[in-house]
Design a protein around this ligand. Structure first.
Ligand SMILES: Nc1ncnc2c1ncn2[C@@H]1O[C@H](COP(=O)(O)OP(=O)(O)OP(=O)(O)O)[C@@H](O)[C@H]1O
Ligand SMILES: O=P(O)(O)OC[C@H]1O[C@](O)(CO)[C@@H](O)[C@@H]1O
Ligand SMILES: [Mg+2]
Length: 328
């Protein structure tokens, strides 16, 4: 079995509330088990730039409540190249690191898998950290709960003013390839329609359902549009509907990056702590090329390969059907 003596931890891709509790758990679990632990700054960019520092138990004091990530993060193009990966590998070897915990989303795991297939002597363990909730093998990813609650708080406020003015709002929420936030927020806020990247919505059907809402004496309507919806963008969509829905004044709101910030919820603090703890224990047990996730309230290991390829089945059919029925 491979022996781990020194590990590194990094956060990569979009930041997500819960990353800091996870970093804290990784560092303290490692030190408790007499491992050295190194923090990599700015995700894969830090591996390439050799931007690393030794961490101790006090490096992670008072961070449970912080949004963002104390290690910083990046979208790093050079890591996609063979040369970039090789530079990263040489820096890792020079530091004597034999295992890495990577906290991020599907892109981060794609990079981690490619890297560890090329350099299998470095063990990699993924922690699902993305507000997009788009990984197979964990019912929830870090940050999704906090981000969804942030979105709900914002949409509730929009509903107040929409109702006061008898307006129809198109609200864009994050999710370039994922409708997870849109679906959960839509159900929680009673959205009249939810447009998702995973499902095509015919514009005629949308208009018919808005007309039905007006017929049923709805004073306001909210259409939640995930960023990655294929209808051509929220402004374009609003314009097309404006031509045919005369009874509502129409407004557009893009919630944007406020959705990714903020103090992690209790759920994300606990999830981050559990997954960080489990990730270090999995490395110590000799595992690699895997992701630690939470399924049915139990820690589960999934191969990175599976985590990346199975997620398209994740949006629940019953939620999609229910959201339409409950908003009549
Ligand atoms: N095919 C790939 N090969 C090597 N590295 C990759 C690959 N795809 C992504 N990465 C690395 O992973 C980083 C993070 O990926 P990405 O920007 O897609 O975010 P993510 O991890 O999916 O998180 P989120 O979707 O929550 O923002 C990229 O910036 C890049 O450095
Ligand atoms: O902050 P950036 O790099 O524009 O990324 C935005 C993307 O990141 C995510 O927020 C995930 O982190 C997606 O939902 C969104 O499409
Ligand atoms: Mg992603």
């Amino acid at each position: 079995m491979r022996k781990i003596t020194k590990i590194a931890v990094l956060t990569s891709g979009g930041d997500a509330p819960g990353m800091n509790p996870c970093i804290r758990a990784v560092v303290r679990t490692a030190i408790y088990n007499k491992l050295e632990v190194v923090g990599i700054r700015q995700g894969y960019q830090g591996l390439i730039d050799n931007n690393m520092y030794e961490m101790n138990t006090r490096s992670v004091s008072n961070i449970l409540n912080l949004g963002g990530t104390i290690l910083k993060t990046a979208r790093c193009l050079p890591f996609r190249t063979d040369e970039g990966m090789e530079t990263a590998y040489n820096n890792i070897k020079a530091q004597g690191i034999d295992g890495i915990v990577v906290i991020g989303g599907d892109g981060t795991f794609t990079g981690a898998l490619r890297f560890s297939q090329r350099f299998p002597d470095i063990a990699v363990m993924g922690v699902p950290g993305t507000i997009d909730n788009d990984l197979y093998g964990s019912t929830y990813t870090l940050g999704f709960d906090t981000a969804t609650n942030t979105v709900i708080e914002a949409i509730d406020k929009i509903r107040d003013t929409a109702d006061a003015h008898d307006r129809l709002f198109f609200i864009e929420v994050m999710g370039r390839d994922s409708g997870a936030i849109a679906l959960r927020a839509g159900i929680s806020c009673g959205a009249e329609a939810i447009l998702l990247p995973e499902r095509a919505t015919a514009i005629d059907d949308l208009i018919e359902s808005l007309k039905a809402g007006q017929f049923n004496k709805k004073s306001s309507s909210i259409v939640i549009v995930a960023e990655g919806d294929k209808s051509g963008g929220v402004y374009d969509l609003a314009e097309r509907v404006r031509g045919q829905v005369k009874f509502y004044d129409i407004k557009v709101t893009i919630l944007g990056h406020l959705q990714r910030g903020g103090s992690p919820s209790a759920f994300d603090r606990i999830l981050g702590s559990r997954l960080g703890f489990a990730a270090v224990n999995a490395l110590i047990a000799g595992k690699s090329q895997m992701m630690v996730g939470l399924e049915a309230n139990h820690i589960k290991l999934t191969t990175l390969e599976e985590a990346l390829t199975q997620h398209q089945f994740k949006l629940e059919d019953d939620l999609m059907q229910m959201s339409e029925i409950l908003s009549i």
